[in-house]
Design a protein around this ligand. Structure first.
Ligand code: GLU
Length: 427
């Protein structure tokens, strides 16, 4: 719902509140906050696509470039029926801060199409994806705005999009998009990068959080690619995975489960429900799973999973936000009062965009790294930036989200100030 006075939505205003909160801890030129108040540019179009039965259908499509002070804008393209301009703007805002937390030379962007991709045939999906690129070709570009996968888009969609863009500019242009298939200039390690990033951040904080892997029980909400890889890595290190869910159901077993077996089951029947576990498995609904007993809760599905309606029922000690915005702003305070530490999205899931950055660098250089190199470089970003956020949290006595925003805002504002501030021009 749009606010008539400011012409912005509640979702977007709430995101900006986090910025104002962080700004209280920094000495920032007011110009900076003015620049970050609204997105740099937002484009909304209607894509007219030929369906298999010969008819034509319209789809609403969006792309927002929030801020490009630190470099070309970067962020995924989402296919979901609920996609709308406010969500895209809010997620572009989030990407601006995520790229700054990881200290990548990027600004933030996001795009999306309001569509239920499961209702389309493969050919319809390809035509829709190519239509998106045709409509946004002047908006994106290897040095301007670089899309990537997000919810319900994958490497094949990225491959179609890169191909369409290359055809339009008349030369191969792999650096226009990341998350491509390996054969089309994708990077090794992109597939599990988001899950691995969250895993590395959590493992790095183990002693600060008093976590002992063998004694720690983990629940993951949303068992897609991101959650699966995080679960697989944690399980490999001795963590006990006690609950997982997807849009069709949830399972909880205090005796634990093997994420690899769960994924095999999900791939064959389409849901985690009914998957084999180590003991007596309880089936429940998705929201019930969030409230089960565990040490680490990893929301990895849609935004707004934890709100003021259920935050007081959460028993986990630590929340790792692998999704974007799974904890609604009004829930932050409730969780904080309960002493629950939230590793925020802009840090916990920045592994994806970090390996996207590696892909872009490799595409531009025409020189490709091995998996060991990717893992080493990812760790060399996630570990120090996680420590950085933790140190700010400790020093300023704030929650981790505010600390991450302080770090990001400090970096973005120094870049904005490098063009000259009010003080510079007035003196
Ligand atoms: N969609 C992912 C995110 O929200 C990845 C973005 C990217 O790789 O550019 O972080």
């Amino acid at each position: 719902m749009l606010d008539e006075v400011t012409n912005t939505s509640k979702l977007f205003d709430q995101a900006r509140e986090r910025l104002s909160l962080a700004a209280e801890y920094l000495t920032i030129d007011p110009d900076v906050l003015q620049k970050l108040r609204y997105p740099k540019e937002t484009l909304s179009v209607c894509l007219l696509v030929r369906m298999d039965d010969g008819s034509r259908r319209s789809f609403k499509a969006f792309r927002c470039r929030y801020d490009d002070t630190r470099g070309p804008t970067k962020g995924g393209i989402r296919y979901h029926p609920a996609v709308n301009i406010d969500e895209v703007m809010t997620l572009a805002f989030l990407m601006t801060f995520k790229c700054a937390v990881a200290n990548l030379p990027y600004g933030g962007a996001k795009g999306g199409i309001s569509v239920d991709a499961n209702q389309l045939s493969r050919s319809e999906l390809e035509r829709l994806s190519r239509a998106y690129v045709k409509a946004f070709a002047h908006f994106i570009g290897p040095e301007r705005d670089i899309p990537a996968p997000d919810m319900y888009t994958n490497s094949m969609v990225m491959g179609w999009m890169a191909d369409e863009y290359s055809a339009m500019v008349g030369q191969p242009s792999p650096a226009v998009i990341t998350g491509k298939p390996l054969e089309l200039g994708g990077s090794l390690g992109r597939e599990d990068a988001t899950g691995r990033g969250g895993y590395l951040a959590l493992r790095h904080l183990e002693s600060d959080l008093h976590l002992v892997p063998e004694k720690s029980r983990v629940i993951l909400q949303g068992f897609g690619n991101v959650a699966y890889h995080c679960a697989r890595l944690l399980h490999g290190d001795g963590y006990k995975i006690v609950g997982v869910s997807d849009s069709r159901g949830a399972i909880y077993d205090p005796d634990g489960m093997d994420p690899i077996a769960i994924m095999e089951h999900k791939r064959s029947v389409g849901t985690v429900s009914g998957a084999p576990t180590n003991g007596t498995c309880k089936e429940m609904d998705n929201s019930e799973l969030l409230e089960q007993d565990c040490d680490v809760l990893i929301p990895a599905a849609l935004e707004g999973a934890i709100t003021n309606q259920n935050a007081h029922k959460i028993v986990a000690k630590i929340i790792v936000e692998l999704a974007n915005g799974p904890v609604a702003p009004e829930a932050d305070e409730i969780l904080d009062k309960k002493g629950i530490i939230v590793i925020p999205d802009i840090l916990a899931n920045c592994g994806g965009v970090t390996v996207s950055y590696f892909e872009w660098v490799q595409n531009k250089a025409g020189f490709y790294w091995d998996l060991e190199e990717i893992h080493r470089r990812l760790e060399s970003i996630i570990v120090p930036e996680t420590r950085h956020v933790w140190s700010i949290k400790t020093e300023k006595q704030v929650d981790m989200r505010t600390a991450a925003y302080i770090l990001a805002l400090d970096r973005i504002s120094s870049a904005i100030a490098a063009h000259g501030t009010k003080d510079y021009f007035a003196s």
